[in-house]
Write a protein that binds this ligand. Structure first.
Ligand code: TYD
Length: 204
């Protein structure tokens, strides 16, 4: 069996940059690495992503939103994650089921347990070995995003929503301390990279 690592945090916490470093680290150590982002990562999941992030869909029901994220994830598990783990590869996820637990479960208020229960069906037995939580005050992340591109449907949620997300990740990390490691993402890119790699080396 392979190894599944997820990277989580509020919008604009710097996940993509760090995923590049993580990928290089594992490749240099001789592992086969697969990287995927959520929502997306397969043809079908990318179509669901378009529906989820489209600013035309501001009236989407929170429950419909939860199921769409779960559906995109189920397809990714089926097509990419499970086959890679079965082949002994390292899978690095840019967001995974904890994003749903925080955004839909806590920030939308649908409940963390409900969200995990719904998603369990699509995970089909896949379990996360390690989750890196990049902790950042919400205003910092969002202003980074605003300067990069036009805001998508999720980013357009108000400051209150994004505060709940940032707080929600802290709650979740406290709930699963053996799996989720929190890293201060206000530090420099290089410092965050070193902190993450230290956690990974300890795990291996
Ligand atoms: P994306 O552009 O990928 O954001 P980021 O670069 O911050 O990862 O957009 C994904 C958005 O969807 C982001 O606002 C988080 C949200 N999201 C959920 O609400 N639930 C989920 O299960 C996932 C995976 C993402």
């Amino acid at each position: 069996m392979g190894f599944l690592i997820s990277l989580e945090g509020p919008d604009g916490c710097g996940k993509s940059t760090q995923i590049g470093y993580m990928k290089d680290f594992f490749a240099n150590e001789g592992y086969e690495v697969v990287v995927a982002r959520e929502p997306g990562g397969t043809k079908i999941s990318e179509k669901i992503r378009d529906i989820l992030l489209d600013t035309d869909n501001m009236d989407m029901d929170y429950r419909a939103e939860m199921f769409l994220y779960a559906a995109a994830r189920a397809q990714l598990v089926h097509e990419v994650i499970k086959p890679a783990l079965d082949a002994g590869k390292v899978v690095i996820m840019d967001r995974f089921v904890d994003s749903s637990a925080v955004y839909q479960g806590i920030a939308r208020g649908l409940g963390v347990d409900t969200v995990y229960e719904i998603n369990d069906i699509g995970l089909n037995g896949v379990a996360i070995d390690l989750t890196i939580h990049l902790d950042l005050p919400p205003d910092v992340g969002l202003s980074r995003k605003k300067s990069q591109h036009e805001m998508d449907r999720m980013e357009l949620n108000g400051d209150d929503f994004h505060s709940k997300v940032a707080e929600g990740y802290r709650e979740l990390a406290a709930k699963f301390p053996e799996r989720i490691v929190t890293i201060d993402a206000t530090k420099s890119v290089e410092e965050v990279r070193d902190d993450i790699l230290e956690v990974i080396k300890r795990m291996l």
